[in-house]
Design a protein around this ligand. Sequence first.
Ligand code: PMP
Length: 351
Amino acid sequence: MSRYWSELVKTLTPYVPGEQPQQAGLVKLNTNESPYPPSPAVMAAVAETSNDSLRRYPDPQCVELRSVFAQQHGLSLDQVFVGNGSDEVLALTFLALLKHDRPLYFPDITYSFYHVWAQLCQIEYRTVPLAKDFTVPSTAFPADSGGVILPNPNAPTGIFLPLPQVRTLLGRCRGAVVVIDEAYVDFGGESATSLIDEFDNLLVIQTLSKSRSLAGLRVGFAAGQPHLIEALDRVKNSFNSYPVDAIAQRAATAALRDDVYYQGCIERIVSARTVLETQLRELGFAVLPSAANFLMVTHPERSAEALFDHLRQHNVLVRYFDKPRIDGYLRISVGTPDECEAVIAALRLLS
Ligand code: PMP
């Protein structure tokens, strides 16, 4: 605390990201990154952009990158926004589209950054309890809400809300923007971008950090009808003209174009997820049905915190949330088959 702090800063409880330890040999399965490297085309794009052209500012509109994303999702250029990771796109969305007199709604168990952005933007919010089985009760969001935001698949549960239910939610909350955060959609979900033309209140958020192996590059997207994209542009251009640097624009474009490479990575991750799930069940764990690149698991006899410590002692880092309803669970990112095997080997030592 300092006397120079603004009143707002004094009220903040910032988000705490998952640990990013630099320890060699650690099996790092705590922040849902891809275990596979970016595509060779991305590496080439980074090398090609690392030259004299960096003297210049990048394209503030990211036209090429947005065009490729738009084309791949059957959208037009003015239906796509790009920012510095989906975290930035989400933060701008809170300010541009979710700050109203009526409260914002999101699930009680969800991406914990939503609370932080609501606080930063001074948005009143309420949480909707997930059902007992951790599914999203899509009809529990009030029709007169000031906004709705949820990840789909949800985080940290990994559970996917089928598109017919997303459609019901969009129709029910027609008077407010409904944000579907699709950070993990490529691992078994189905994108709501197909509903954009039908619903003028839908904003879909995606990222290159997970299925595209580019968490370090910081590129995220929003897709929606042009009036929503214009709102994001207005806030972005009142804050930072160039949030996506020249290297990131070129490399992200190359990543989108190399879909074949990434589909191969996704297939490997999904098949490792199936094996890991089976092995964890054999060890007595209950596993939530995941459409994401992580598993949310609990053991009927062992404390999640003790399991977290045990894995850490065996050089495996997973995520433990000391929060109501999920403090009995661990979230394990799906790694390579070898990394998943390290989790199982360490857990077998307990039995
Ligand atoms: N949404 C969800 C649900 C996430 O779990 C994450 C990753 N922490 C993000 C958005 C942000 O991802 P990024 O900023 O790397 O695009």
